[in-house]
Design a protein around this ligand. Sequence first.
Ligand code: PLP
Ligand code: COI
Length: 357
Amino acid sequence: FSFTELYAGVDTECPLPGTAKLDVDWSDLGFELRNTKSHIKMTYKEGEGWGPLEFVNEPYIRLHIGATSLHYGQSCFEGLKAFAHSDNSVHIFRPDENAKRLQSSCERTMMPVVPHDTFIEACNAVVKDNMAYVPPYGSNGALYLRPLMFGSGPRIGLQPADEYTFLILAIPVGDYYKGGLSPTSALVIEDYDRAAPRGVGNVKVAGNYVADLLPNMESKKKGFPIGLYLDAATQSKIEEFSTSNFIGIDNTNNKYVTPASPSVLPSITNKSLMTIAKDEGLQVEQREIKVEELAKFDECIACGTAVVVTPIGKIVKGNDIYNFSEVTGETTMKLYNRVRDIQNGVEEDKFGWNVKV
Ligand code: PLP
Ligand code: COI
């Protein structure tokens, strides 16, 4: 693709973050879909390969009724964030990692991979074009990027499509769970599984999320904002939350413990927090975690791009109740502050995670 083509007709005058008109305050965005200036799009056709990247202003697509994404779930996505620093420069957090994970999701679902450099350029371009929608420094918000890839070509027999659409939405967001850093409670989901051991749990495909809609809604009805899944085969080990990875903190032994499992999504936030935890002198263990071990943790965290670092105050499994710190624990607070400070440009980016737009 060519830069000249991509930027043809685009204002070269780049507005500052936080200058778009919204109907809510920048510090009160929540996690809602909002219209922005544009999304970026490109199409793959068998025999032709990828076409050029282009900006699209209206949030609709024309799709064949036989598209494989609609019938057979040939669809995957990513989630990453861009943050404004105090000098109004904007930085995307670890897009390289999302580019790689998208490739693994595409391979598992028989879709063509998005070339690494194209992915990075597309992220940059969509942030630039939606610069006014980047929440301003100090608002605690971010511009959430949602890369989406799906089979847009029609098939009625079960086989991969011959046409694919890749696009990236840009949405200003704040807290995913109301209350941000105040501890929330989780319910262990006992009647359903999220992912089979050799299924698609380790990639970010649409089907994993539809499988969770009903259990998720049922746990919310019971008063639990977040659901925790166990391993499908034995129901004895902790896997992950609907939206995020699990971390247990054992302050007595100075440990950060997170599940190793072939059906858990490899979280980029978790990977970053593991690096920070080691830097803080914590011992990081990625291994199987038996449910009973919950009793040993002082703090418990849900981590991910959308949920950031969400403290879990209580986990309920049937009649068993595991209580953790009622206020945000000190280790949770430390990890949260360090990752957010790096993202906001307040702490030196010594691991090289921020990519300037
Ligand atoms: N686990 C699940 C099921 C998710 O949907 C997400 C969100 O992307 C995560 C974990 C966290 O991954 P990341 O930190 O890369 O956003
Ligand atoms: C993200 O954290 O980016 C996700 O994709 C999780 C989703 C459930 C909002």
